[in-house]
Write a protein that binds this ligand. Sequence first.
Ligand code: ADP
Length: 508
Amino acid sequence: MPERRRFSHGLRFTLTAVYTVVFTILLIGVSLLFRQTLAASLDRQAHEDLNQNWAILKAMLRIDLDNGQPDLNWYYDRNDAEENSAGARVRSVLEIANQNGDTHGLETSPEYQALGVDPPQEIRAELNSPQPVWRTKHDPKGVPYLIRSSYVYDERGTEKYYVAIGLSLAESQKLLNLFTWMTIGLTPLVIIIGGLTGWFVTGRALTPVLEIASTAERIGGSNLSLRIPLRGTNDELDYLTETFNQMIERLEVTFNQIRQFSTDVSHELRTPITVVRGQLEVALFTAQTAEQYRDAIVNSLADIERLSQIVRALLLLSQSESGQVVLQKQRLDLVQVAREITEQFEIPAEGAGVRLTFHSSVAHCEGDFDRVQIDRMLSNLLSNAIKFTPEGGEVSVTVARAGASSGEEGEAEIRVSDTGHGIPPEHLPHIFDRFYRVRGKDEQASPEKGLGLGLSFVAWIVRAHGGSVDVESTPGKGTTFRVRLPLSSLAPEPPPAEAAGTEVMKAV
Ligand code: ADP
Protein backbone atom coordinates (compact mmCIF):
# COMPACT_ATOMS: atom_id res chain seq x y z
CA MET A 1 0.00 0.00 0.00
CA PRO A 2 2.61 2.63 0.98
CA GLU A 3 4.57 1.57 -2.10
CA ARG A 4 1.61 2.44 -4.34
CA ARG A 5 1.06 5.81 -2.70
CA ARG A 6 4.71 6.72 -3.06
CA PHE A 7 4.64 5.83 -6.76
CA SER A 8 1.51 7.80 -7.58
CA HIS A 9 2.64 10.89 -5.71
CA GLY A 10 6.07 10.63 -7.27
CA LEU A 11 4.60 10.81 -10.76
CA ARG A 12 2.22 13.58 -9.76
CA PHE A 13 5.08 15.55 -8.20
CA THR A 14 7.32 15.06 -11.25
CA LEU A 15 4.61 16.13 -13.68
CA THR A 16 3.75 19.19 -11.60
CA ALA A 17 7.42 20.11 -11.14
CA VAL A 18 8.17 19.82 -14.87
CA TYR A 19 5.05 21.81 -15.70
CA THR A 20 5.91 24.53 -13.13
CA VAL A 21 9.53 24.85 -14.29
CA VAL A 22 8.49 25.12 -17.96
CA PHE A 23 5.73 27.56 -17.01
CA THR A 24 8.20 29.70 -14.97
CA ILE A 25 10.76 29.79 -17.79
CA LEU A 26 8.06 30.79 -20.26
CA LEU A 27 6.66 33.43 -17.92
CA ILE A 28 10.11 35.01 -17.34
CA GLY A 29 10.88 34.83 -21.07
CA VAL A 30 7.61 36.49 -22.03
CA SER A 31 8.04 39.20 -19.34
CA LEU A 32 11.58 40.02 -20.55
CA LEU A 33 10.40 40.17 -24.14
CA PHE A 34 7.50 42.38 -23.17
CA ARG A 35 9.78 44.71 -21.18
CA GLN A 36 12.18 44.91 -24.12
CA THR A 37 9.34 45.78 -26.50
CA LEU A 38 8.00 48.42 -24.11
CA ALA A 39 11.47 50.00 -23.74
CA ALA A 40 11.97 50.05 -27.53
CA SER A 41 8.57 51.60 -28.08
CA LEU A 42 9.18 54.34 -25.41
CA ASP A 43 12.56 55.07 -26.98
CA ARG A 44 11.03 55.38 -30.44
CA GLN A 45 8.37 57.70 -29.04
CA ALA A 46 11.04 59.92 -27.42
CA HIS A 47 12.92 60.14 -30.74
CA GLU A 48 9.73 61.08 -32.56
CA ASP A 49 8.90 63.74 -29.94
CA LEU A 50 12.36 65.31 -30.23
CA ASN A 51 12.19 65.29 -34.04
CA GLN A 52 8.89 67.07 -33.77
CA ASN A 53 10.36 69.59 -31.30
CA TRP A 54 13.22 70.15 -33.72
CA ALA A 55 10.77 70.97 -36.51
CA ILE A 56 8.98 73.43 -34.19
CA LEU A 57 12.29 75.02 -33.19
CA LYS A 58 13.30 75.48 -36.82
CA ALA A 59 9.99 77.20 -37.50
CA MET A 60 10.25 79.53 -34.48
CA LEU A 61 13.94 80.44 -34.26
CA ARG A 62 15.75 83.10 -36.32
CA ILE A 63 19.32 84.15 -35.73
CA ASP A 64 20.03 87.67 -36.99
CA LEU A 65 23.30 89.49 -36.87
CA ASP A 66 23.47 92.72 -34.97
CA ASN A 67 26.81 94.47 -35.48
CA GLY A 68 28.44 91.15 -36.16
CA GLN A 69 26.92 89.71 -32.97
CA PRO A 70 24.27 86.98 -33.13
CA ASP A 71 20.80 88.10 -32.14
CA LEU A 72 18.33 85.29 -31.27
CA ASN A 73 14.70 85.88 -32.12
CA TRP A 74 11.82 83.55 -31.28
CA TYR A 75 8.80 83.91 -33.47
CA TYR A 76 5.65 82.65 -31.74
CA ASP A 77 2.55 84.18 -30.26
CA ARG A 78 2.93 84.20 -26.47
CA ASN A 79 -0.80 84.85 -26.17
CA ASP A 80 -1.62 81.66 -28.07
CA ALA A 81 -1.67 78.92 -25.41
CA GLU A 82 -0.76 76.23 -27.84
CA GLU A 83 2.11 78.11 -29.49
CA ASN A 84 3.34 79.35 -26.12
CA SER A 85 3.45 75.86 -24.66
CA ALA A 86 5.19 74.49 -27.79
CA GLY A 87 7.79 77.25 -27.57
CA ALA A 88 8.29 76.70 -23.85
CA ARG A 89 8.62 72.94 -24.42
CA VAL A 90 11.28 73.40 -27.10
CA ARG A 91 13.24 75.91 -25.04
CA SER A 92 13.03 74.00 -21.73
CA VAL A 93 16.05 71.79 -22.51
CA LEU A 94 18.09 73.79 -25.00
CA GLU A 95 21.64 74.80 -25.71
CA ILE A 96 22.69 77.09 -28.57
CA ALA A 97 26.37 77.72 -29.19
CA ASN A 98 28.53 79.17 -31.96
CA GLN A 99 31.03 77.15 -33.98
CA ASN A 100 33.62 77.54 -31.21
CA GLY A 101 31.28 76.04 -28.66
CA ASP A 102 30.75 79.42 -27.03
CA THR A 103 27.27 79.88 -25.57
CA HIS A 104 27.84 83.50 -24.64
CA GLY A 105 25.05 85.83 -25.87
CA LEU A 106 23.09 82.82 -27.14
CA GLU A 107 20.63 80.64 -25.15
CA THR A 108 21.11 77.77 -22.68
CA SER A 109 18.15 76.70 -20.55
CA PRO A 110 18.67 76.09 -16.81
CA GLU A 111 17.70 72.43 -17.24
CA TYR A 112 20.42 72.01 -19.86
CA GLN A 113 22.86 73.75 -17.62
CA ALA A 114 22.04 71.22 -14.93
CA LEU A 115 22.95 68.50 -17.42
CA GLY A 116 26.22 70.32 -18.16
CA VAL A 117 26.86 72.40 -21.27
CA ASP A 118 28.52 70.52 -24.08
CA PRO A 119 32.29 70.86 -24.35
CA PRO A 120 33.53 72.93 -27.37
CA GLN A 121 35.47 70.04 -29.00
CA GLU A 122 32.31 67.89 -28.90
CA ILE A 123 30.32 70.77 -30.44
CA ARG A 124 32.89 71.25 -33.18
CA ALA A 125 32.82 67.56 -34.01
CA GLU A 126 29.06 67.42 -34.08
CA LEU A 127 28.78 70.46 -36.34
CA ASN A 128 30.59 68.46 -38.99
CA SER A 129 28.13 65.60 -38.80
CA PRO A 130 25.54 65.72 -41.59
CA GLN A 131 23.08 63.73 -39.46
CA PRO A 132 21.64 64.83 -36.11
CA VAL A 133 23.55 63.32 -33.19
CA TRP A 134 21.62 61.49 -30.46
CA ARG A 135 22.88 60.75 -26.97
CA THR A 136 21.72 60.45 -23.39
CA LYS A 137 22.77 62.70 -20.53
CA HIS A 138 21.95 62.51 -16.84
CA ASP A 139 21.20 65.39 -14.50
CA PRO A 140 22.75 65.48 -11.02
CA LYS A 141 19.79 63.44 -9.66
CA GLY A 142 20.48 60.75 -12.25
CA VAL A 143 17.38 61.49 -14.38
CA PRO A 144 18.14 60.52 -17.99
CA TYR A 145 17.59 62.96 -20.87
CA LEU A 146 17.56 62.18 -24.57
CA ILE A 147 19.54 64.87 -26.46
CA ARG A 148 19.27 65.63 -30.16
CA SER A 149 21.95 67.98 -31.49
CA SER A 150 22.29 69.48 -34.93
CA TYR A 151 22.87 72.98 -36.39
CA VAL A 152 21.01 75.95 -37.88
CA TYR A 153 22.29 78.78 -40.07
CA ASP A 154 21.90 82.45 -39.27
CA GLU A 155 19.58 84.62 -41.27
CA ARG A 156 22.16 85.29 -43.94
CA GLY A 157 23.09 81.70 -44.16
CA THR A 158 26.75 82.28 -43.50
CA GLU A 159 27.31 81.08 -39.97
CA LYS A 160 26.42 77.68 -38.48
CA TYR A 161 25.10 77.50 -34.90
CA TYR A 162 25.09 74.43 -32.73
CA VAL A 163 21.62 73.64 -31.32
CA ALA A 164 20.91 70.82 -28.86
CA ILE A 165 17.44 70.06 -27.55
CA GLY A 166 16.51 67.46 -24.99
CA LEU A 167 13.69 65.54 -23.43
CA SER A 168 13.42 64.10 -19.94
CA LEU A 169 13.04 60.31 -19.96
CA ALA A 170 11.87 60.28 -16.34
CA GLU A 171 8.32 59.20 -17.26
CA SER A 172 9.49 56.37 -19.50
CA GLN A 173 11.94 55.26 -16.83
CA LYS A 174 9.16 55.28 -14.24
CA LEU A 175 6.91 53.21 -16.47
CA LEU A 176 9.62 50.65 -17.12
CA ASN A 177 10.49 50.44 -13.42
CA LEU A 178 6.83 49.99 -12.54
CA PHE A 179 6.55 47.16 -15.05
CA THR A 180 9.74 45.49 -13.73
CA TRP A 181 8.65 45.62 -10.10
CA MET A 182 5.16 44.45 -10.93
CA THR A 183 6.59 41.50 -12.84
CA ILE A 184 9.00 40.64 -10.02
CA GLY A 185 6.19 40.93 -7.48
CA LEU A 186 3.56 38.97 -9.44
CA THR A 187 5.74 36.22 -10.92
CA PRO A 188 6.02 34.13 -7.71
CA LEU A 189 2.27 34.49 -7.19
CA VAL A 190 1.51 33.35 -10.75
CA ILE A 191 3.99 30.47 -10.38
CA ILE A 192 2.34 29.35 -7.14
CA ILE A 193 -1.14 29.51 -8.72
CA GLY A 194 0.15 27.68 -11.83
CA GLY A 195 1.87 25.03 -9.71
CA LEU A 196 -1.25 24.45 -7.59
CA THR A 197 -3.38 24.20 -10.75
CA GLY A 198 -0.88 21.69 -12.18
CA TRP A 199 -0.96 19.66 -8.94
CA PHE A 200 -4.76 19.61 -8.98
CA VAL A 201 -5.05 18.75 -12.69
CA THR A 202 -2.44 15.95 -12.59
CA GLY A 203 -4.14 14.64 -9.44
CA ARG A 204 -7.44 14.41 -11.32
CA ALA A 205 -5.79 12.91 -14.39
CA LEU A 206 -4.06 10.24 -12.31
CA THR A 207 -7.15 9.22 -10.35
CA PRO A 208 -8.20 6.55 -12.90
CA VAL A 209 -4.68 5.13 -12.78
CA LEU A 210 -5.03 4.75 -9.02
CA GLU A 211 -8.44 3.12 -9.55
CA ILE A 212 -6.86 0.66 -11.98
CA ALA A 213 -4.12 -0.05 -9.47
CA SER A 214 -6.57 -0.61 -6.61
CA THR A 215 -8.68 -2.96 -8.76
CA ALA A 216 -5.51 -4.80 -9.78
CA GLU A 217 -4.68 -5.18 -6.09
CA ARG A 218 -8.06 -6.76 -5.40
CA ILE A 219 -7.72 -9.23 -8.27
CA GLY A 220 -6.55 -12.63 -7.17
CA GLY A 221 -6.92 -16.21 -8.35
CA SER A 222 -10.42 -16.40 -6.85
CA ASN A 223 -11.89 -13.22 -8.36
CA LEU A 224 -10.39 -12.94 -11.82
CA SER A 225 -13.84 -11.99 -13.10
CA LEU A 226 -13.36 -8.42 -11.75
CA ARG A 227 -13.19 -5.78 -14.47
CA ILE A 228 -12.45 -2.05 -14.29
CA PRO A 229 -15.37 -0.03 -15.65
CA LEU A 230 -14.57 2.08 -18.72
CA ARG A 231 -15.10 5.83 -18.25
CA GLY A 232 -16.24 6.26 -21.85
CA THR A 233 -13.87 9.16 -22.46
CA ASN A 234 -12.10 7.32 -25.29
CA ASP A 235 -8.75 8.63 -24.10
CA GLU A 236 -5.43 6.95 -23.30
CA LEU A 237 -6.65 5.93 -19.85
CA ASP A 238 -9.71 4.23 -21.33
CA TYR A 239 -7.34 2.42 -23.68
CA LEU A 240 -5.19 1.40 -20.71
CA THR A 241 -8.26 0.16 -18.83
CA GLU A 242 -9.42 -1.81 -21.86
CA THR A 243 -5.99 -3.38 -22.36
CA PHE A 244 -5.82 -4.21 -18.68
CA ASN A 245 -9.29 -5.82 -18.78
CA GLN A 246 -8.31 -7.86 -21.83
CA MET A 247 -5.19 -9.04 -20.03
CA ILE A 248 -7.27 -10.12 -17.01
CA GLU A 249 -9.62 -11.94 -19.38
CA ARG A 250 -6.72 -13.86 -20.90
CA LEU A 251 -5.43 -14.61 -17.41
CA GLU A 252 -8.88 -15.82 -16.40
CA VAL A 253 -9.07 -18.19 -19.37
CA THR A 254 -5.59 -19.55 -18.63
CA PHE A 255 -6.36 -19.88 -14.92
CA ASN A 256 -9.56 -21.76 -15.68
CA GLN A 257 -7.71 -24.05 -18.08
CA ILE A 258 -5.08 -24.78 -15.45
CA ARG A 259 -7.76 -25.37 -12.81
CA GLN A 260 -9.69 -27.65 -15.15
CA PHE A 261 -6.50 -29.45 -16.06
CA SER A 262 -5.53 -30.14 -12.44
CA THR A 263 -9.08 -31.35 -11.74
CA ASP A 264 -8.92 -33.64 -14.78
CA VAL A 265 -5.49 -34.98 -13.89
CA SER A 266 -6.38 -35.72 -10.29
CA HIS A 267 -9.63 -37.32 -11.42
CA GLU A 268 -7.85 -39.47 -14.02
CA LEU A 269 -5.16 -40.55 -11.59
CA ARG A 270 -7.54 -41.19 -8.73
CA THR A 271 -9.52 -43.94 -10.50
CA PRO A 272 -6.62 -46.32 -11.21
CA ILE A 273 -5.06 -45.59 -7.80
CA THR A 274 -8.34 -46.46 -6.06
CA VAL A 275 -8.64 -49.62 -8.15
CA VAL A 276 -5.05 -50.71 -7.35
CA ARG A 277 -5.58 -49.96 -3.71
CA GLY A 278 -8.84 -51.94 -3.64
CA GLN A 279 -7.27 -54.89 -5.39
CA LEU A 280 -4.30 -54.96 -3.05
CA GLU A 281 -6.49 -54.59 0.07
CA VAL A 282 -8.79 -57.39 -1.07
CA ALA A 283 -5.74 -59.57 -1.81
CA LEU A 284 -4.25 -58.77 1.58
CA PHE A 285 -7.37 -59.72 3.50
CA THR A 286 -8.91 -62.47 1.38
CA ALA A 287 -6.26 -64.11 -0.83
CA GLN A 288 -5.00 -67.38 0.49
CA THR A 289 -3.16 -69.05 -2.34
CA ALA A 290 -0.12 -67.85 -4.25
CA GLU A 291 -2.29 -67.93 -7.39
CA GLN A 292 -4.73 -65.40 -5.88
CA TYR A 293 -1.85 -63.12 -4.86
CA ARG A 294 -0.39 -63.41 -8.37
CA ASP A 295 -3.75 -62.42 -9.94
CA ALA A 296 -4.01 -59.38 -7.67
CA ILE A 297 -0.46 -58.28 -8.53
CA VAL A 298 -1.02 -58.78 -12.29
CA ASN A 299 -4.23 -56.73 -12.17
CA SER A 300 -2.55 -54.01 -10.15
CA LEU A 301 0.38 -53.89 -12.55
CA ALA A 302 -2.04 -53.36 -15.46
CA ASP A 303 -3.55 -50.39 -13.64
CA ILE A 304 -0.13 -49.05 -12.70
CA GLU A 305 0.84 -49.35 -16.37
CA ARG A 306 -2.18 -47.20 -17.23
CA LEU A 307 -1.09 -44.68 -14.61
CA SER A 308 2.39 -44.47 -16.11
CA GLN A 309 0.83 -44.18 -19.55
CA ILE A 310 -1.23 -41.16 -18.39
CA VAL A 311 1.75 -39.52 -16.71
CA ARG A 312 3.99 -40.09 -19.76
CA ALA A 313 1.36 -38.77 -22.15
CA LEU A 314 0.69 -35.72 -19.97
CA LEU A 315 4.37 -34.94 -19.66
CA LEU A 316 4.86 -35.19 -23.40
CA LEU A 317 1.77 -33.10 -24.11
CA SER A 318 2.77 -30.36 -21.71
CA GLN A 319 6.33 -30.37 -23.09
CA SER A 320 4.95 -30.14 -26.62
CA GLU A 321 2.57 -27.34 -25.84
CA SER A 322 5.15 -25.32 -23.93
CA GLY A 323 7.48 -25.53 -26.93
CA GLN A 324 10.04 -27.86 -25.32
CA VAL A 325 9.62 -30.48 -28.04
CA VAL A 326 11.44 -29.29 -31.13
CA LEU A 327 10.25 -30.75 -34.43
CA GLN A 328 12.90 -32.85 -36.20
CA LYS A 329 11.85 -32.00 -39.74
CA GLN A 330 13.02 -33.99 -42.74
CA ARG A 331 11.93 -34.39 -46.36
CA LEU A 332 8.99 -36.80 -46.33
CA ASP A 333 6.56 -38.17 -48.88
CA LEU A 334 3.22 -38.02 -47.08
CA VAL A 335 1.66 -40.51 -49.52
CA GLN A 336 4.24 -43.09 -48.55
CA VAL A 337 4.04 -42.31 -44.81
CA ALA A 338 0.21 -42.49 -44.77
CA ARG A 339 0.26 -45.76 -46.75
CA GLU A 340 2.77 -47.32 -44.30
CA ILE A 341 0.78 -46.32 -41.21
CA THR A 342 -2.46 -47.56 -42.79
CA GLU A 343 -0.76 -50.90 -43.46
CA GLN A 344 0.29 -51.11 -39.81
CA PHE A 345 -3.37 -50.87 -38.80
CA GLU A 346 -4.54 -53.65 -41.12
CA ILE A 347 -4.29 -56.37 -38.46
CA PRO A 348 -6.15 -54.41 -35.71
CA ALA A 349 -8.79 -53.42 -38.30
CA GLU A 350 -9.21 -57.02 -39.36
CA GLY A 351 -9.51 -58.00 -35.69
CA ALA A 352 -12.31 -55.44 -35.25
CA GLY A 353 -14.04 -56.58 -38.45
CA VAL A 354 -13.54 -53.19 -40.11
CA ARG A 355 -12.56 -52.73 -43.76
CA LEU A 356 -9.54 -50.43 -44.06
CA THR A 357 -8.70 -48.72 -47.37
CA PHE A 358 -6.07 -46.29 -48.58
CA HIS A 359 -6.32 -44.00 -51.56
CA SER A 360 -4.17 -41.18 -52.90
CA SER A 361 -5.00 -38.86 -55.77
CA VAL A 362 -1.30 -38.04 -56.23
CA ALA A 363 1.75 -40.31 -56.58
CA HIS A 364 3.89 -38.24 -54.24
CA CYS A 365 3.33 -35.40 -51.82
CA GLU A 366 6.60 -34.15 -50.44
CA GLY A 367 7.20 -31.66 -47.67
CA ASP A 368 9.26 -31.09 -44.51
CA PHE A 369 7.73 -32.90 -41.55
CA ASP A 370 8.67 -34.58 -38.30
CA ARG A 371 8.30 -38.28 -39.06
CA VAL A 372 7.69 -39.35 -35.45
CA GLN A 373 4.97 -36.76 -34.90
CA ILE A 374 3.25 -37.40 -38.25
CA ASP A 375 3.20 -41.14 -37.40
CA ARG A 376 1.75 -40.33 -33.98
CA MET A 377 -0.94 -38.08 -35.50
CA LEU A 378 -2.03 -40.63 -38.13
CA SER A 379 -1.93 -43.47 -35.59
CA ASN A 380 -4.18 -41.55 -33.19
CA LEU A 381 -6.72 -40.75 -35.92
CA LEU A 382 -6.69 -44.31 -37.30
CA SER A 383 -6.91 -46.04 -33.92
CA ASN A 384 -9.89 -43.81 -33.00
CA ALA A 385 -11.59 -44.50 -36.33
CA ILE A 386 -11.22 -48.28 -35.91
CA LYS A 387 -12.11 -48.13 -32.18
CA PHE A 388 -15.34 -46.19 -32.77
CA THR A 389 -16.49 -48.11 -35.88
CA PRO A 390 -18.60 -51.21 -35.27
CA GLU A 391 -17.98 -54.52 -36.98
CA GLY A 392 -18.74 -54.48 -40.71
CA GLY A 393 -17.92 -50.79 -40.96
CA GLU A 394 -15.35 -49.06 -43.10
CA VAL A 395 -12.39 -46.78 -42.46
CA SER A 396 -10.63 -44.97 -45.29
CA VAL A 397 -7.48 -42.85 -45.49
CA THR A 398 -7.09 -40.52 -48.46
CA VAL A 399 -4.25 -38.20 -49.40
CA ALA A 400 -4.68 -35.32 -51.81
CA ARG A 401 -2.98 -32.11 -52.71
CA ALA A 402 -4.82 -28.78 -52.32
CA GLY A 403 -4.26 -25.14 -53.17
CA ALA A 404 -1.22 -25.74 -55.42
CA SER A 405 -0.73 -23.10 -58.09
CA SER A 406 2.23 -22.21 -60.27
CA GLY A 407 5.19 -21.46 -58.07
CA GLU A 408 3.36 -22.49 -54.89
CA GLU A 409 3.56 -25.88 -53.33
CA GLY A 410 0.15 -25.70 -51.65
CA GLU A 411 -1.02 -28.08 -48.94
CA ALA A 412 -1.37 -31.78 -48.35
CA GLU A 413 -4.82 -32.92 -47.28
CA ILE A 414 -5.19 -36.13 -45.36
CA ARG A 415 -8.66 -37.43 -44.58
CA VAL A 416 -9.43 -40.21 -42.13
CA SER A 417 -13.10 -41.20 -42.53
CA ASP A 418 -15.12 -43.90 -40.88
CA THR A 419 -18.64 -45.20 -40.93
CA GLY A 420 -18.71 -45.40 -37.12
CA HIS A 421 -21.29 -44.13 -34.66
CA GLY A 422 -20.16 -40.50 -35.04
CA ILE A 423 -19.85 -37.74 -32.48
CA PRO A 424 -22.92 -35.86 -31.18
CA PRO A 425 -22.75 -32.15 -32.16
CA GLU A 426 -22.69 -30.94 -28.53
CA HIS A 427 -19.40 -32.81 -27.99
CA LEU A 428 -17.67 -31.62 -31.13
CA PRO A 429 -16.29 -28.35 -29.66
CA HIS A 430 -14.53 -30.28 -26.88
CA ILE A 431 -13.05 -33.37 -28.48
CA PHE A 432 -9.62 -31.75 -28.89
CA ASP A 433 -9.54 -30.89 -25.16
CA ARG A 434 -7.37 -32.90 -22.83
CA PHE A 435 -9.12 -35.91 -21.20
CA TYR A 436 -12.31 -35.25 -23.14
CA ARG A 437 -14.16 -38.43 -24.01
CA VAL A 438 -17.66 -38.85 -25.32
CA ARG A 439 -19.64 -41.13 -23.08
CA GLY A 440 -22.86 -42.85 -24.02
CA LYS A 441 -25.86 -42.79 -21.67
CA ASP A 442 -25.03 -46.05 -19.92
CA GLU A 443 -21.37 -45.94 -20.69
CA GLN A 444 -18.67 -45.29 -18.11
CA ALA A 445 -15.25 -44.11 -19.13
CA SER A 446 -13.27 -47.31 -18.93
CA PRO A 447 -9.52 -47.74 -19.29
CA GLU A 448 -9.95 -49.50 -22.63
CA LYS A 449 -11.75 -46.47 -23.98
CA GLY A 450 -8.51 -44.43 -24.04
CA LEU A 451 -7.14 -41.48 -22.10
CA GLY A 452 -8.86 -38.70 -23.99
CA LEU A 453 -5.47 -37.26 -24.93
CA GLY A 454 -5.10 -38.58 -28.50
CA LEU A 455 -6.84 -35.70 -30.25
CA SER A 456 -5.00 -33.14 -28.08
CA PHE A 457 -1.80 -34.56 -29.53
CA VAL A 458 -3.24 -34.45 -33.06
CA ALA A 459 -4.14 -30.77 -32.57
CA TRP A 460 -0.68 -29.89 -31.26
CA ILE A 461 1.16 -31.78 -34.04
CA VAL A 462 -0.91 -30.13 -36.78
CA ARG A 463 -0.42 -26.71 -35.20
CA ALA A 464 3.32 -27.25 -34.80
CA HIS A 465 3.53 -27.95 -38.54
CA GLY A 466 1.60 -24.76 -39.34
CA GLY A 467 -1.47 -26.69 -40.51
CA SER A 468 -5.11 -27.06 -39.49
CA VAL A 469 -7.47 -29.85 -38.57
CA ASP A 470 -11.23 -30.02 -38.78
CA VAL A 471 -13.84 -32.62 -38.13
CA GLU A 472 -17.22 -33.42 -39.63
CA SER A 473 -19.45 -35.93 -37.99
CA THR A 474 -22.96 -37.30 -38.38
CA PRO A 475 -24.15 -39.39 -35.44
CA GLY A 476 -24.97 -42.90 -36.63
CA LYS A 477 -23.24 -42.40 -39.97
CA GLY A 478 -19.61 -41.62 -39.41
CA THR A 479 -16.84 -39.13 -38.85
CA THR A 480 -14.21 -37.51 -41.05
CA PHE A 481 -11.10 -35.83 -39.73
CA ARG A 482 -9.42 -33.60 -42.31
CA VAL A 483 -5.83 -32.49 -41.73
CA ARG A 484 -4.18 -29.84 -43.90
CA LEU A 485 -0.42 -29.45 -43.79
CA PRO A 486 1.55 -26.82 -45.74
CA LEU A 487 4.08 -28.39 -48.13
CA SER A 488 6.23 -25.30 -48.54
CA SER A 489 9.55 -25.47 -46.74
CA LEU A 490 8.79 -21.86 -45.82
CA ALA A 491 5.67 -22.89 -43.96
CA PRO A 492 4.42 -20.24 -41.53
CA GLU A 493 5.59 -20.49 -37.96
CA PRO A 494 3.07 -22.29 -35.75
CA PRO A 495 0.99 -20.03 -33.51
CA PRO A 496 1.59 -20.12 -29.75
CA ALA A 497 0.18 -23.12 -27.91
CA GLU A 498 -2.79 -21.31 -26.39
CA ALA A 499 -3.94 -19.83 -29.72
CA ALA A 500 -7.25 -21.40 -30.55
CA GLY A 501 -8.74 -21.81 -33.98
CA THR A 502 -6.61 -24.55 -35.47
CA GLU A 503 -9.34 -27.05 -34.83
CA VAL A 504 -12.68 -26.66 -36.55
CA MET A 505 -15.67 -28.79 -35.69
CA LYS A 506 -18.63 -29.31 -37.91
CA ALA A 507 -21.67 -31.36 -37.10
CA VAL A 508 -23.48 -32.66 -40.18
P1 ADP B 1 -9.37 -41.28 -26.70
O1 ADP B 1 -8.02 -41.66 -26.23
O2 ADP B 1 -10.43 -41.44 -25.71
O3 ADP B 1 -9.69 -41.82 -28.03
P2 ADP B 1 -9.18 -38.84 -28.11
O4 ADP B 1 -8.71 -37.50 -27.66
O5 ADP B 1 -8.44 -39.48 -29.19
O6 ADP B 1 -9.26 -39.72 -26.83
O7 ADP B 1 -10.69 -38.69 -28.53
C1 ADP B 1 -11.58 -37.96 -27.74
C2 ADP B 1 -12.99 -38.46 -27.93
O8 ADP B 1 -13.44 -38.13 -29.23
C3 ADP B 1 -13.11 -39.96 -27.86
O9 ADP B 1 -13.32 -40.36 -26.54
C4 ADP B 1 -14.32 -40.22 -28.71
O10 ADP B 1 -15.47 -40.13 -27.93
C5 ADP B 1 -14.32 -39.11 -29.72
N1 ADP B 1 -13.81 -39.58 -31.01
C6 ADP B 1 -12.58 -39.44 -31.51
N2 ADP B 1 -12.47 -39.97 -32.74
C7 ADP B 1 -13.69 -40.49 -33.03
C8 ADP B 1 -14.24 -41.18 -34.16
N3 ADP B 1 -13.51 -41.43 -35.24
N4 ADP B 1 -15.54 -41.52 -34.10
C9 ADP B 1 -16.29 -41.25 -33.02
N5 ADP B 1 -15.84 -40.61 -31.93
C10 ADP B 1 -14.56 -40.25 -31.92
